[in-house]
Design a protein around this ligand. Structure first.
Ligand SMILES: [Zn+2]
Length: 121
């Protein structure tokens, strides 16, 4: 059987795919936690709905709490290769395209160093 390592998209590591699916869920939760209350505040008056102030203040506190939790979950996502936080290292970057600890590219379907090793054969 011919080894086809090095071709993107072939022989993906199920653990990596599962990790990225988990990351997508965390990112969606972060975006949803950011936009739900501003969306209500913008859309409700246009629909003629009056938002009473006390529940709105409570909703604002809830919005901050949900955003803090979602942001923590997003930033604590662990790299599928090194197991350390993907976005937090000596230098933290929430938009990092590579793991700040081991430089694994975001969305890598398996360990790229495996490809390098196989190509040297
Ligand atoms: Zn890593």
């Amino acid at each position: 059987m011919k080894v086809t390592a090095g071709v993107a998209g072939r022989n993906p590591d199920p653990a990596y795919l599962a990790a990225w699916r988990d990351y997508v869920r965390r990112r969606r939760a972060l975006v949803a936690s950011m936009v739900w209350l501003p969306a209500i505040v913008v859309v409700a008056p246009r629909l003629g709905v009056h938002l009473p102030e006390p529940p709105l203040i409570a909703a604002g506190a809830g919005w901050l709490g949900l955003f803090a939790i979602a942001n923590y979950r997003h930033s604590s996502f662990r790299c599928p290769r090194c197991g350390r936080p993907f976005f937090i290292g000596l230098v933290s970057n929430a938009f990092a395209a590579r793991c700040v600890n081991c430089k694994l590219p975001k969305w890598a379907e398996r360990d790229p160093s495996f490809d390098v090793d196989r190509n040297l054969d």
